[in-house]
Write a protein that binds this ligand. Structure first.
Ligand SMILES: [Zn+2]
Ligand SMILES: [Zn+2]
Length: 380
């Protein structure tokens, strides 16, 4: 073999634009006869095969198939190996689905290069060129979108988990359209996020614990001592129309407040956001704020928002961040419990029962009858 004629890689990289080169090592994805191959190759005497090695990723497995030098013909160059991949590795290619078999007018990696827009988002491609991640969107830093290549499957994103975004986004057959639509969704969801932003900023959110993910469509926050509001927005495109509000607390307090709430809902002011409407309904200037936040809220005094330990497990915050919010119906009993701890306690009672989504049992301390909806409190 005459090795004096060592070319450089430029022609190769033009022909296989999915390849990234580092020294004599190349890695990435190539398309040969309508199949994609993910590979890693080392070709120190490019394009000759002296000391050549090649590994190809096997579909559905996390292993790499190695090339055997017996398969290579002596007169071959690296270009011959590439064009013969379908014969050498007939089970390793990622075939196109019928949808993808239509003539590909643009190269997928050229499309990625065209999407480079550092002022609008951060774009990252993983080592094997199989995963594309957009994050830190302009003015929407918390949002991200992850796309598998070359299938364009959506494998992760930051939009609310109550809606099938993946299905919607997978209708598009190019990355640029997917990203544009994703950014449009973020814009359309501004009212949804703004409603929650006011609650996160101006209320004492006890579940989920802050910082709350952009995927979450509910909050539980303090209304007053031992009483909490749970807000759920079922349809992120219609926050007001699809929201529901539950009151969590001792039965007597909940009954009174429920009347106030249902009267208030009939005079809902669509010009104001959810937070302001709730203040108006409960006749408050502001909701209680977290202890240590520097100011006190509404009618609440300092004691009402002071962290209180769970009287079953004697801790405050559980591993997943839950704090005790279920209190006893007996106004003379000051015990408060984690929903999860009380559920376990109810399970040990011989006369504990469940009716619809409500569980009935007794306070472990004063034995007063106690009912609560664990399915509401133990979300996620
Ligand atoms: Zn507990
Ligand atoms: Zn009690």
């Amino acid at each position: 073999m005459d090795l004096s004629n060592i070319e450089n890689w430029d022609t190769f990289l033009l022909r296989y634009p999915g390849i990234i080169l580092s020294g004599s090592r190349a890695r990435g994805t190539v398309k040969i006869k309508n199949k994609w191959y993910r590979l890693r190759l080392n070709c120190p005497y490019f394009p000759h095969l002296k000391d050549f090695s090649l590994e190809i990723q096997q579909p559905q497995k996390n292993t790499l198939a190695k090339i055997s030098n017996n398969d290579l013909q002596t007169h071959w160059t690296v270009y011959d190996v590439m064009e013969n991949l379908p014969i050498l590795y007939n089970d390793c290619g990622f075939a196109f689905s019928s949808k993808e078999e239509k003539p590909v007018t643009t190269n997928i990696y050229q499309a990625i290069a065209d999407l480079y827009a550092p002022e609008r988002y951060l774009l990252e491609l993983d080592d094997l060129c199989t995963r594309l991640r957009f994050s830190k969107f302009e003015e929407n830093e918390q949002h991200y979108l992850q796309i598998e290549l070359p299938s364009l499957k959506i494998s992760d994103h930051s939009l609310p988990s109550c809606f099938a975004w993946e299905e919607q986004l997978q209708k598009y057959d190019n990355i640029s359209a997917i990203v544009q639509q994703f950014q449009k969704y973020i814009q359309d969801l501004q009212p949804f996020y703004e409603n929650f932003a006011d609650i996160d900023e101006l209320c004492y959110v006890v579940q989920p614990r802050p910082p709350v993910s952009t995927k979450c469509n509910w909050r539980i926050f303090v209304l007053r001592e031992r009483v909490y509001l749970k807000l759920v927005i079922a349809d992120p495109f219609a926050s007001m129309a699809s929201m529901s509000i539950q009151i969590i607390g001792p039965t007597q307090a909940v009954e009174e407040l429920r009347r106030t709430l249902s009267e208030g809902l009939s005079t809902w002011d669509a010009e104001l956001d959810i937070h302001k409407n709730l203040l108006r309904i409960f006749n408050l200037c502001y909701f209680p704020m977290p202890p240590g936040s520097g100011w006190l809220g509404g009618e609440a005094d300092n004691a009402s928002t002071e962290p209180q330990f769970c009287n079953i497990c004697y801790s405050y915050q559980l591993d997943e961040g839950q704090i005790p919010i279920v209190s006893c119906d007996n106004i003379k009993c000051t015990m408060i419990y984690h929903a999860a701890c009380l559920k376990e306690w109810f399970n040990t009672l011989s006369d504990g029962k469940d009716f619809l989504s409500v569980s009935f049992g007794a306070c472990p301390f004063c034995k007063t009858k106690l009912s609560t909806s664990f399915s509401e409190l133990l979300l996620n």
